[in-house]
Ligand binder design. Structure first.
Ligand SMILES: [Zn+2]
Length: 257
């Protein structure tokens, strides 16, 4: 009997210790542009890929990720303020509801198994109530969640998603806005600090060789720092509880793309 009580006590303590681990979710954006992006498949399966639609590699990457039990999301191109380097099939402010829904559906068809969507660029579109409401309504019907990449501090996307009933989080840190190792290391340390302080943080990176090498070496060290790398879907479901318990989400935009 005493043994049984001891075992229960140990199980409770280990569960508590595990429950207290801070969580990080990591997304690799812009996947599917080129063959070399496939190097990212060597990252742990908890890392989510945000795959650009309508590319030669979109479907192939989605299927390969599924074989690894890796989550994928649609990296949906949206209109930016600068309007430069826009992707071919971007959602833009002049579109009708019907046009937007059609473009979203076509994009989604090329990224099978997507469990959510985040924005590629979008510093203009994510500030606009009407297009965001149209998109979130579409996501709600499709059972998809939304990650606000926060390419502008004025983005309304996360708020409108929540108002519509779509599960949503926002990006807290861009790891490689500047693609040199010194900057990546600084941002990674910032990510770790935020996760420890708030219990959770979301980072976005890109499939640059220097980023992939850095992540390969450093993600494995998180656990020893009391941080668990979790799948984005799990992170978002946990985040819903976190926010509904009255905790504020946090973060800032540091780029306008
Ligand atoms: Zn992007």
């Amino acid at each position: 009997m005493q043994h049984l009580l001891l075992i229960i006590l140990v199980l409770c303590l280990s569960f508590k210790a595990h429950a207290q681990l801070a969580e990080i979710a990591l997304i690799i954006d812009d996947m599917g542009n080129k063959d070399e992006d496939a190097q990212a498949f060597a990252l742990p399966a908890e890392v989510t890929f945000a795959i650009l639609p309508n590319k030669v590699l979109s479907k192939q990457f989605s299927e390969r990720a599924r074989e690894q039990s890796r989550e994928v999301i649609l990296h949906m191109p949206m209109e930016s303020i600068a309007g430069i380097k826009e992707e071919h099939n971007s959602l833009n402010a002049n579109m009708t509801t019907v046009q937007m829904r059609l473009l979203l559906q076509q994009a989604l068809d090329t990224v099978p198994y997507a469990s959510g969507v985040n924005n590629h660029m979008g510093s203009k579109l994510t500030q606009l109530d009407q297009p965001m409401a149209v998109m979130m309504e579409f996501l709600l019907q499709q059972g998809l969640y939304f990650v606000d990449s926060r390419t502008t501090s004025l983005s309304k996307a996360e708020r409108i998603a929540r108002q519509t009933g779509v599960m949503a989080v926002k990006r807290n840190v861009f790891l490689d806005h500047q693609a040199d190792v010194g900057h990546i290391e600084m941002q990674f340390n910032r990510l770790v600090r935020l996760a420890k302080k708030h219990g959770r943080a979301v980072a976005i990176a890109h499939p640059y060789p220097q980023t992939l090498e850095f992540l390969h070496d450093n993600l494995a060290l998180l656990e020893a720092q009391g941080i668990s790398l979790v799948k984005l879907g799990d992170f978002i479901r946990n985040d819903e509880k976190h926010v509904s318990q009255g905790n504020q989400s946090f973060g800032s935009a540091n780029t306008a793309k």
